[in-house]
Design a protein around this ligand. Structure first.
Ligand code: GDP
Ligand code: MN
Length: 597
């Protein structure tokens, strides 16, 4: 009935119920090729794969313009909090109704039922996306458990209605364009109280693939608050030591801070092993063993390609060897894909991401062959280091959680929280240095608590409170230990830490802290390792730089504390007292004499 009602509103020419079969996937791909949306890649070099080129105006899901048009629609404005764009739900729906009226004339409405989380598990949740984009339907086939099976498991249970249109009706006699959209009128609205998401005007990325940030994080986050679990912007990996003892670790990093790289890490030290469960989202819930368990709600990757090569992320390259949808990469004359960083020299005669002949402009910015946000969509099962328990209905028990930052200073390479409450404090202060809008050079510090700032489906101060109270749901010894890392510390504009495959040394220290408790130094920031414990001797790092990597500078941390005090202001009274206490504790550790003044 719901589909019938919406199909009538959209005035779709036909309705296709997605069954999720391989034949149907191929038909969706053929349709994209016919429409000029996609080209098939060379079947020997890149079997079963497509290259899709979007409208150049609809190539990003993270520009300022898009963030301004993304809304959280709660009945009371206070519930959205200071970090979300609030809009009145009734008014927003009225706006959408005008946009949706007749929006699918001349087009097929795809009904895309999907499940998130392992089938039959207590984590499992359902959605149905209505969309007029075959690109969206094909991507959801890879990214979710999509089709008839989801519909059957769903049965009479609740599902999240996801309404989506590219906003480009085809009137009689009118020709289609390769990437129809109405990006100038883009709108994305979340209704957490009703558990719905509506999207108009864009066909790209998280604007249109509503199972991901919209459902998987924002709406799932609101469900998780009510039901006592967590939906987090985190990677999950299995970490095995040389004796094959294994722990599971999850890590929250802001966008562009190394999630995909760490999730698929090829360790520099061959005796250690990293296996992947997620590079993007994790749902966390206490198991009957009272430990926090993690699942990846998705069954595919949709991740950025920029900078991926044999050295930086060998396993991601293997993952995209076949059956992959590439979006906005460059194309080689031989019918393969290319992106900046894949090889040190670009191949000759490339077509750029808009399909135009490309010549590299020496030293000139803005002339990349691939879009900086070029992506791949590929099944998890193609990852050569996929963890055997990726689809375990009970999830995997977590031993450690990591909060990551991208900062030239202040945060040491790695440290551990004193306890859960202090760890939540560290999560709330997460930040990354991002280029100032419109400049290449100026970096400014962007606070991104728990990497959730843009993806939190309710008041983020309540979200901090939710994290704090989780520790009361189990005994302290069952809680994962909380750590913080920063692979991006700099001195004279140079990274101090080699990163990538060498990050195994940080994971190894975390493993050892969990298992054997090597000694640590108690600093104002937290518990800092001795450089020897990361076995730095075999790396080419000067003693001064290695000291700098672990330094907790009182001046930098005082600056941090003051900046954080300003940041906390925006939450007013709603900020949990525990976080204010932690900030005071930090200031006291930095100014031991303060109390006497
Ligand atoms: P995600 O968006 O969080 O998944 O981040 P990615 O894994 O895609 O990485 C973002 C960027 O950071 C890419 O350009 C990577 O090459 C780079 N990167 C990832 N890990 C490291 C690291 O350990 N050190 C340095 N210097 N760069 C890294
Ligand atoms: Mn990623």
């Amino acid at each position: 009935d719901w589909v019938k009602e919406k199909a009538a509103l959209f005035q779709a020419e036909s309705v296709h119920w997605c069954e999720g079969s391989e034949d149907e996937f191929q038909a969706l791909c053929d349709l994209m090729v016919q429409n000029g949306t996609a080209v098939r890649l060379n079947n020997t070099l890149r079997p079963g794969s497509l290259l899709v080129r979007t409208d150049p105006r609809d190539a990003s899901d993270c520009s300022c313009f898009i963030a301004e048009r993304t809304f959280l629609c709660t009945r009371r404005q206070e519930e959205a909090g200071p970090t979300n764009n609030w809009h009145d739900p009734l008014e927003m729906k009225a706006r959408f109704h005008r946009l949706f009226d007749g929006v699918m004339r001349g087009r097929t409405l795809f009904v895309v039922p999907f499940a998130l989380g392992p089938q039959g598990s207590s984590f499992e949740r359902f959605g149905v996306q209505l969309t007029d984009s075959p690109y969206v339907a094909a991507n959801l086939k890879i990214l979710t458990r999509m089709g008839q099976s989801a519909l059957e498991s769903l049965g009479e249970r609740d599902f999240v209605p996801c309404l989506h249109s590219i906003g480009y009706p085809l009137l009689p006699g009118e020709d289609d364009v390769p990437w129809p959209c109405d990006i100038d009128n883009f709108l994305l609205a979340h209704f957490p109280e009703e558990r719905q998401v509506w999207s108009y005007g864009s066909g790209y990325g998280d604007n249109a693939l509503l199972s991901r940030k919209s459902f998987g994080l924002r709406l799932a986050g609101a469900m998780a608050r009510d039901e006592g679990w967590l939906a987090e912007h985190m990677l999950v990996l299995g970490l095995s030591n040389p004796q094959n003892r294994k722990i599971y670790v999850a890590a929250a990093f802001p966008p562009g801070c190394g999630k995909t790289n760490l999730a698929m890490l090829a360790p520099a030290s061959a005796q250690w092993k990293v296996e992947t469960i997620s590079d993007h989202i994790v749902w966390l819930k206490f198991g009957i063993d009272e430990r926090l368990h993690a699942v990846n709600p998705e069954r595919g990757f949709c991740s950025a390609l920029n900078g991926i090569n044999e050295e930086t992320n060998f396993h991601a390259l293997r993952t995209v060897a076949k059956n992959t949808i590439f979006t906005n990469t460059a194309q080689t004359p031989g019918g393969d894909v290319w992106w900046e960083g894949l090889t040190s020299k670009p191949p000759a005669k490339l077509l750029d991401w808009q399909g135009q002949a490309w010549t590299p402009a020496e030293g000139k910015a803005g002339n990349a062959a691939a879009h900086p946000n070029a992506r791949f969509t590929a099944p998890l099962t193609q990852c050569p280091v996929l963890d055997a328990r990726w689809n375990d209905p009970n999830g995997v028990p977590l031993s450690a959680l990591i909060f990551g930052a991208r900062r030239g200073d202040t945060w040491p390479l790695a440290f551990e929280a004193f306890n859960w409450q202090h760890g939540v404090f560290l999560g709330s202060m997460m930040a990354s240095e991002v280029a100032e809008e419109g400049t290449d050079e100026e970096l400014c510090l962007h606070r991104d608590p728990f990497a959730a700032r843009r993806f939190c489906g309710y008041h983020i101060a309540d979200y901090f409170a939710h994290w704090l109270q989780l520790s009361r749901l189990t005994s302290a010894s069952y809680l994962p230990r909380l750590f913080a890392v920063n692979f991006f510390r700099r001195e004279n504009e140079e990274f101090l830490w080699p990163g990538y495959s060498e990050n195994i040394r940080v994971l190894q220290w975390i493993f050892e802290r969990v298992e054997t408790q090597p000694e640590v130094h108690k600093s104002a920031a937290g518990l800092v390792p001795a450089p020897e414990d990361l076995r730095l001797a075999r790396l080419d790092i000067s003693p001064e730089n290695s000291r700098q990597l672990f330094a907790v500078s009182p001046a930098e941390w005082r600056h941090e504390a003051h900046d954080l005090l300003d940041f906390y202001e925006i939450f007013g009274d709603r900020l949990p007292d525990e976080l204010r206490d932690e900030l005071e504790n930090l200031m006291e550790r930095l100014h031991p004499k303060l109390e006497m003044i």
